[in-house]
Every structure is written in C-alpha cells, then in structure tokens.
Design a binder for this molecule. Structure first.
Ligand code: DX5
Ligand code: ZN
Length: 215
C-alpha cells in the first residue's frame, strides 16, 4: 500500500497542531517535515524542536527531509528529536555514506534525495545504504509547484534496476497524477497542497491507499 506523507510545509504554521491532527485522524502513514537552511534552497523551514513536539504529540512516523548543505550540523538533533526517516540530498558536499551510517546507527531509516535535474547515477555508490530514495518532482524549496514529469523516467529506471527500498516523490503530487508515478515504482507519496487544501482528506487518503501498480 502506498505510504501517504502529508507535507506540513503546506499546513497553516499558526495552526500546526490543528492541521497535523487533521492529517493524523485522516489516516496518513507518515508526516513529511521539510527542513530548509536558506542556502541549499532559498527558503527556511522547521527545526528539531518542532520535530520533538510532533513526536511527543502524535503517533505518526516522521519523514524528515533535510534540504541543507550541511546536514551533519543538525543530524543528531533531528535524530534525538525523533525523526523516523532522515533524508539528505545527494547534491551536497559531505561524507554521504558516513551520514547514512550514522542515521541507521541511531535507529532511523536513512534516505537520499535527488533534485529533478540530478541523474540517478549520483546515488549508485551508496543507494543500497538508503531505505528510501526521494526522487523530487519539483525544484526543492517551495510547495504548490507543478510536477516535473521528466522525473517519472528516473523513478522507473530506479525500480527497474532492482532497488527494493521506498521510492518517494515530493512536489506537485495530486490524486490525478499519482497513478503514473505508482506504475513507475512509487511507494511513498509526499503531498502538501493537494491534501491540506482538500476538504476530504480522509477520502483522498483512502482512495490513494487503494491505488496499485498496474501490470
Ligand atoms: C518542496 C517540499 C515539498 C512540498 C510539497 O521543497 O519538499 O514537500 O512541501 O509540495 P506540494 O505542496 O506541491 O505537495
Ligand atoms: Zn520535502
């Protein structure tokens, strides 16, 4: 069953508890928490304290997406705060295998994210160290963008290459464009705008849970 991960970047920041409770009660599988450093991406978002309070308040696994040039600075803080999945970007200039090992040693699931323009072979050397590969379907930094369909080929190539971990997509996902992603091998859907602007979040999540890979 497809994991549905509402992205709280699309929630109302001054009513975060209300919106997260709505998502949790609607049956979401994970909460996607975007972290931005205003350097890797031209925006700022969420802190270890928010992750800690989410962990203390809700019983939903936290899928934390570090859009940071130096995730090593705060990886321990996010892990100690309760991140269940911690995803770093393949484009950074850091010791990625060491970071992935640290995340796993801490008991969390390591993830690797690729911007739309980054080729799959950027992760070949260590993709089997990642439980999740996030093939971003928009340029990271902002919600509400249009899905880049060129990424679908990357997702299919990754799944066809035998990768058995989660393939997650993030940015511009809606109910009406999910099936083609699922057929390409998607198993985790990050959805911000399409869920938090949806009056019928439980219905949307239930319909997505019924979607399967065709053929
Ligand atoms: C973009 C973020 C996405 C975004 C979701 O950098 O990583 O998680 O919030 O986008 P939408 O609102 O298009 O689902
Ligand atoms: Zn994200």
């Amino acid at each position: 069953m497809i994991k549905v991960a509402p992205s709280i970047l699309a929630a109302d920041p001054i009513n975060l508890e209300r919106d997260v409770r709505r998502a949790a009660e609607a049956g979401c599988d994970w909460l996607h928490v975007d972290v931005m450093d205003a350097h890797f991406v031209p925006n700022l978002a969420y802190t270890p304290d928010i992750v800690r309070r989410l962990k203390q308040t809700f019983d939903v696994p936290l899928d934390v997406h570090l859009m940071m040039d130096h995730p090593e600075i705060l990886a321990d803080a996010f892990l100690d705060a309760g991140a269940d999945i911690l995803t770093i970007h393949a484009e950074i200039d850091a010791d990625i295998p060491a970071l992935l090992e640290k995340i796993r040693r801490h008991g969390a699931h390591p993830g690797i994210a690729l911007k739309p323009g980054t080729p799959l072979d950027a992760v070949n050397a260590y993709r089997d160290m990642a439980d999740l590969i996030l093939t971003m379907t928009v340029e990271p930094g902002f919600g509400g963008q249009k899905l880049d369909e060129n990424v679908i080929g990357k997702m299919k190539a990754l799944r066809d290459s035998g990768y058995t971990g989660y393939i997650e997509a993030d940015g511009g996902l809606r109910e009406d464009n999910l099936q083609i992603l699922i057929d390409a091998g998607l198993t985790a859907a990050v959805m911000g705008t399409a869920l938090f602007r949806n009056e019928d979040m439980p219905g949307a999540i239930e319909r997505i849970h019924r979607m399967n890979r065709a053929g």
